[in-house]
Design a protein around this ligand. Sequence first.
Ligand SMILES: Nc1ncnc2c1ncn2[C@@H]1O[C@H](COP(=O)(O)OP(=O)(O)OP(=O)(O)O)[C@@H](O)[C@H]1O
Length: 245
Amino acid sequence: MLELKQVSKSYWGKKALDGVDLALGPGEIVGLFGENGAGKSTLMKCVFGFIRYKGAITLDGEPITNQNITRLSFATCEHSFFPNLSPESHRQFYQAHFPTFRDKRFRALMDFFELPYHKPAFNLSTGQKNQLEVILALSQGADYILMDEPFAGNDVFNREDFYKVLLGILEPNETVLLSTHLLEEVEHFIGRAVLLRQGQIVGDVTTMELEEQGKTLMDFVKEAYHYQSDRVIRALKDLTGEEEP
Ligand SMILES: Nc1ncnc2c1ncn2[C@@H]1O[C@H](COP(=O)(O)OP(=O)(O)OP(=O)(O)O)[C@@H](O)[C@H]1O
């Protein structure tokens, strides 16, 4: 289990995460949602120890160190691959460094996305770079796969088909935490939705619970955010100074 207990993070005195408690169990596929600046990327960066934070993050009760960090993998829209290396060189590097590397999955996903094996990563398009990032995170052989807006800039067919493929290849003990703004696209892929607002968890629900309540993921997010549907009209009125007809 990946567990965050009372995790807080401030940047220059301003809170980005505020007392977050979250536990992810084996095999869960969890969507992490929230408005821009809600703290989604900060939460993931804390898990990997990229930034300092207050509170505790543990993996099966142990702190995350060099001993267990390979049980986690990360796909970020900021990209973490080596720009000068080709996908094939990444494959060889991962195979040498991660005993759990899933070569068959790597090749299957490379074929699915039709990525070139021998082109340096910096020569790939933005969408292809995202694909390589995701392929590496999924092939590392990690138990916990965290993805932060992995497909910002990818076309809709690629994204939708990818989620279907992902559901087909994930093994029952693999856990995914996926941050995205594309609620509708991942609604049928995830089993649980966690909602962040101003650094705090304001919603945590399984998709089965939503179904029982007859709600969509969008309903849930709007409710938890107290979304005001007249926001646009009010903003336009303020900007143009015009009264409503
Ligand atoms: N390096 C930084 N220095 C200062 N403030 C930061 C830094 N990184 C993030 N922040 C601030 O922390 C808060 C949370 O940012 P974060 O990137 O975690 O949000 P997010 O939910 O991932 O947003 P988005 O959906 O826009 O990617 C924001 O107010 C942001 O401005």
